[in-house]
Design a protein around this ligand. Structure first.
Ligand code: DAH
Length: 338
């Protein structure tokens, strides 16, 4: 076997490779599955034990040599191709792997589109907020018990900095900087100091809606939300259940009639057929006053919804955590959605 190995080493020392074609032949001859190097390694077991080490080292040195020959030539030929030869322009292009939109973005964009079409614009605000915009201006003065409705991540006291607990803070910023009529939606991420489980997380996404004009009434709120549920879910049976939010008076929770056709419908609606979708109400005059809007002239409605909840509903996702794990096996399933 020693002889054989020496023969190959001598051959390698003299080797001349002219072009990419010859290089490929050389590669196949030496390192393909049935090439010389795998063959030599497979013969190693027939060699007496005391010689094994020496022969093994020699085969390895052939392998290293082959590799370096391939690498050196590869560089040369690739350069040649780009410098002097034309590539085959009829060759099919390399396959470009396209990413896919995240389900939260898909649903967020769908919701945004619905409201843009009926005259709303988009406003955004900071995720690190002050106490005024997240609470006080929204009719939640210090020590107000409703502050406990949302467990807050505080960053500092005096000045008060916190991670916004809802996108309603953007409502205040928008009213401070714009005169009515106002029609705006505010998508964004919010944070709450909550345990992480299949149904809740310490951050999630919301969309807040705000409409301020002359003579805005509860009927406008109801019709706008009805339009929204028809567009997004294809459902036109809704109900507004009395509720409480400090920033709206009266306040309501919007439920849609989901139906009770499948076993899953029973599970997600807890056997009632109804599903809670969002919170809403007529903007409390105190909130308008805090933003220097004349309450004699103007009134309005607002609503806020969680994007994750709706995404989970539309795609039948059972565990909120799968939305944040970035597991490609999960995300690739949305590559055909827009
Ligand atoms: N900010 C509320 C929350 O995070 C949602 C909400 C309810 C927003 C009613 C509103 C509203 O604008 O009118 O739970």
């Amino acid at each position: 076997m020693n002889k054989e190995i020496n023969k190959y080493l001598a051959e390698l020392n003299k080797i001349k490779i002219k072009d990419a074609n010859e290089l490929e032949k050389f590669r196949i001859k030496y390192i393909s599955k049935k090439g010389i190097i795998p063959l030599l390694f497979s013969q190693l077991k027939n060699i007496p034990n005391n010689e094994k080490k020496e022969v093994g080292l020699k085969i390895n040195s052939i392998k290293e040599k082959v590799k370096s020959i391939i690498n050196n030539h590869k560089e040369k030929f690739v350069k040649n191709i780009s410098n002097d030869n034309f590539e085959d322009l009829t060759k099919p292009a390399d396959f470009i792997k396209l990413g896919s939109k995240h389900p939260i973005s898909i649903v967020k964009n769908k919701i945004i589109d619905i409201f843009l079409k009926i005259g709303f614009d988009i406003s955004e605000g900071p995720e690190i907020e002050d106490d005024w915009h997240n609470f006080t201006a929204l009719n939640l003065p210090e020590h107000h018990p409703a502050r406990d409705m949302q467990d807050t991540f505080y960053i500092s006291k005096n000045p008060d900095w916190l991670l916004r607990t809802h996108t309603s803070s953007v409502q205040i910023r928008h009213m401070e900087n714009n005169e009515p009529p106002i029609r705006t939606i505010s998508p964004g991420r919010v944070y709450r100091n909550e345990d992480i489980s299949a149904r809740s997380h310490c951050f999630f996404h919301q969309i807040e809606g705000l409409y301020i004009d002359k003579n805005v009434s509860f009927v406008d709120l109801k019709q706008t939300l009805l339009h929204f549920t028809k567009e997004l879910f294809g459902k036109s049976k809704i109900r507004l259940r009395p509720s409480y939010f400090p920033f709206t008076e009266p306040s309501a929770e919007l439920d849609i009639y989901w139906g009770l056709e499948t076993e899953a419908d029973y599970r997600i609606t807890k056997g009632t057929g109804w599903l809670e979708i969002l919170g809403c109400g007529m903007v409390d005059p105190n909130v308008l006053k805090n933003c220097k809007i004349d309450t004699e002239k103007f009134s309005g409605f607002a609503f806020g919804l969680g994007i994750e909840r709706i995404t989970m509903l539309l795609y039948q996702i059972e565990d909120i955590r799968t939305l944040y794990e970035n597991d490609l096996r999960f995300l690739n399933q949305f590559s055909r959605s827009v």
